[in-house]
Design a protein around this ligand. Structure first.
Ligand SMILES: Cc1cc2nc3c(=O)[nH]c(=O)nc-3n(C[C@H](O)[C@H](O)[C@H](O)COP(=O)(O)O)c2cc1C
Length: 315
């Protein structure tokens, strides 16, 4: 019996697989048993009602998707009346993703959502900070530190901080979030991208630019998880292009404690369940008793030979 459980700070998850924010919805209960997931992560919510970005909002490219959904939100009252009671019927912990345009409003929202039924807050600080020329909070260490410090003071819930891959100072940003009190980091949101329509010579997306996700981003985000997990002591949750068990194992080896699955769910709605079953099989074939032994187990170049007997699978 392989133990698939992992610990993210004070939370123990039954397994390391959960949805990425914005790519999961209640209707998926028709195609999978929600109780098998490691956790739920909601679509990012904001305090007020928001319409989201102009259409079209999604375009497909090789091995990837570019989306400019923005953050359409039904607001906090809808979340409290509908979404929260819905997830209360299931076992996995509920992680609520939040966003706001200023650090102060982020903190207010975190306080408002610190209530029973919510296991952790995931702060999506990859969104524009209106006090910093619209640059995402997570693009710089200083603005990350400011917003995470305010969030930390505003909630007693475990605080996960979702970073952007669109920064040249990712390890510094990761350390700033840890120093300001984050309990875990989610690495990462989408990569800023553009697509152009050759019939019209216009950008394909109504918002011109959007975020790249899906298999094409995996090697980039995997590298970022590797870097971040070496920069901080808190758990890192990997998110970017995971669609198979092998992708998830690579992330764990690179240092992720858990993984989030996004775009793959659009292609194969029950992908997460296949990954959970696959992780169990991967460990069983190598006599690995606990999936957590894979975390950060990538061998560095100085190692002459694998120290771990289980690197080669049983035939
Ligand atoms: C259609 C769509 C909507 C998304 N909405 C959100 C969101 O509301 N909040 C957020 O933090 N990330 C959002 N994301 C980003 C995903 O959570 C994830 O970080 C990204 O897609 C990379 O993972 P993937 O390659 O597995 O999709 C969205 C992604 C997609 C494709």
């Amino acid at each position: 019996m392989t133990d698939l459980s992992v610990r993210i700070g004070s939370l123990t998850l039954a397994n390391p697989v959960m949805p990425a924010s914005g790519t999961f919805a209640e209707g998926l209960d028709k195609v999978m048993d929600f109780n098998r997931l490691g956790a739920f992560v909601t679509k990012t919510i904001t305090r007020e009602l928001r319409a989201g970005n102009p259409l079209p909002r999604v375009v497909e490219r090789a091995g990837s998707l570019i989306n400019s959904i923005g953050i359409p939100s039904k607001g906090v009252p809808y979340f409290l009346d509908h979404t929260l009671p819905y997830y209360a019927g299931y076992k996995p912990p509920l992680v609520v993703s939040i966003s706001a345009p200023t650090a102060e409003q982020f903190a207010h929202l975190a306080t408002e959502l610190t209530r029973p039924g919510i296991a952790a807050i995931e702060a999506n600080i990859s969104c524009p900070n209106i006090e910093e020329d619209g640059k995402a909070f997570a693009m710089r260490a200083a603005s990350t530190e400011t917003v995470v410090r305010q969030l930390r003071a505003a909630t007693s819930l475990p605080l996960w901080v979702k970073l952007t891959p669109n920064t040249g100072e990712l390890p510094e940003v990761a350390r700033a979030a840890e120093g300001a009190g984050a309990d875990a980091l989610v690495v990462a949101n989408t990569i800023l991208a553009i697509a152009i329509d050759l019939q019209t010579f216009k950008p394909c997306l109504g918002n011109i630019m959007g975020g790249l996700s899906g298999p094409a981003v995996k090697p980039i985000v995997l590298r970022q998880v590797y870097q971040c997990s070496r920069a901080v002591k808190i758990p890192v949750i990997g998110c970017g292009g995971i669609s198979t068990t092998e992708d998830a194992v690579e992330y764990l080896l690179a240092g992720a404690t858990a993984v989030q699955v996004g775009t793959a769910t659009f292609v194969q709605p029950a992908a997460m369940i296949g990954i959970i079953d696959g992780l169990k099989r991967f460990c069983e074939r190598r006599d690995i008793p606990r999936v957590s032994e894979l975390i950060g187990a990538v061998l560095n170049e100085e190692a002459d030979e694998p120290e771990l007997a289980w690197v080669a699978p049983r035939q």
